[in-house]
Design a binder for this molecule. Structure first.
Ligand code: ASP
Length: 378
């Protein structure tokens, strides 16, 4: 009975939040202003309640970026027709009051958009804000709410640039907040649990989704609509959440966070890296277009073991001779691309994660051997 009351209340809170959202979202445009907006407080009573810090609990900061977890639709039974990034952080937190029993929660709206709209600028803002928060004694862990479509790109970026051992956990939802059986509230609760758990320390950036805990290095979205979309097919999950307790079973062996040389604190932008998809009848004009439009590196999502057609290879060689790195990844979705003479290879990173690493690598070096070492290590 208690549970039913909560679910209904959460749903009503979110529906009310959706109708108020236009005003709130208009206020939250931190990227244009150049800084993140701290979540607005509720009424005075709520404020007093929020400020009561329980010193026995971890302090967790939730940084909200939008996505389906903050999505709203008009029909509870429709899980595909909705507006992503529609509900503000305050409402997301209010909808899961149980979080206050496991952590002292604060929230910030970094941006409120669908994740296909996340840009390099958003990545830098988010990464720098996380480093700023984690450098203080007041924050023990971070939860980032994010759209699922490009979550693995942001997660892998943070896995490479966060300079702290404290947990950073990405979370989202496959069903909008207004859907029947929305997965967002429990996913969010679990992410806070994971971020505040001592065993999450030092494991790199994590993705907590559908009762599983995965490494940002390995996890990928594998399904367009179902709730168990995030899988680390070959390497498996790091752990799972059972009965409100995170259980870890494996570890990431690649270096991450404090072990990488990437420092984004003074960066205003990241180098442009484009992805070109391999297929039959491939025409090299896509390579030329990337170069003409300012690419500083290219990821080739090749067939099989990073294969390239003969005409593409010829064009790629010419481009590489002028000093532009071309990294061969695979469009297959699984497996490691073996080392190839003259080319860089992406190890087991999928093309979109390979792009993240090349952008960061180019901020440090243009030495191809060094870049290959990064691919082999991170
Ligand atoms: N299109 C949404 C997004 O990535 C999908 C989601 O969050 O699941 O923002």
């Amino acid at each position: 009975m208690k549970k039913f009351t909560f679910t209904l209340m959460a749903f009503v809170t979110l529906m009310v939040a959706c109708s108020q959202e236009t005003v709130e979202q208009a206020e939250a445009d931190p990227i244009e202003d150049g800084e993140a907006v701290v979540a607005e407080e509720g009424n005075e009573e709520e404020e007093a309640e929020q400020q009561e810090v329980n010193e026995d609990l971890p302090n967790i900061s939730i940084l909200a970026t939008g996505g389906t977890i903050a999505g709203s639709g008009s029909v509870g039974t429709n899980t595909t027709d909705y507006q992503a990034g529609d509900i503000a952080i305050e409402a997301l937190i209010e909808a899961v009051p149980e979080m206050t029993e496991i952590a002292n929660i604060t929230g910030e709206q970094i941006v409120n958009i669908g994740s296909p709209d996340i840009t390099n600028e958003h990545l830098l803002t988010l990464g720098n804000r996380i480093n700023e928060l984690l450098a203080t004694d007041d924050v023990d862990g971070i939860v980032v709410t994010h759209g699922t479509d490009t979550m693995e790109e942001t997660a892998y970026f943070l896995n490479l640039v966060v300079k702290s051992d404290k947990p950073v956990v990405l979370v989202g939802a496959m069903r909008p907040a207004t859907a029947m059986s929305a997965d967002g509230p429990l996913n969010l609760y679990n992410a806070v649990l994971v971020a505040g758990h001592e065993e999450s320390v030092g494991r790199g950036t994590l993705v907590s989704f559908n009762d599983r805990i995965a490494s940002a290095r390995h996890v990928t979205k594998t399904d367009t609509t179902v709730v168990d979309t995030f899988v680390a097919t070959e390497e498996g999950y790091l752990g799972r959440i059972v009965g409100g307790v995170p259980h870890y079973y494996t570890e990431i062996t690649q270096s991450h966070t404090t072990e990488t040389p990437f420092d984004i604190s003074d960066l205003e932008e990241l180098p442009q890296v484009d992805i070109i998809y391999g297929h039959q009848n491939n025409d090299p004009y896509m390579l030329d277009a990337a170069v003409e439009n300012g690419a500083e590196g290219i990821i080739f999502a090749g067939s099989g073991n990073g294969s390239m057609s003969s005409v593409m290879q010829e064009a790629a060689m010419e481009i590489m001779e002028e000093g532009m790195p071309i990294v061969r990844a695979s469009r297959v979705g699984n497996g490691t691309v073996s080392h190839k003479d003259d080319y860089l290879t992406a190890d087991s990173l999928n093309p979109h994660k390979a792009r993240i690493l090349l952008m960061l690598a180019l901020t440090v070096t243009d030495d191809e051997e060094e870049i290959q070492e990064y691919y082999d290590s991170y």
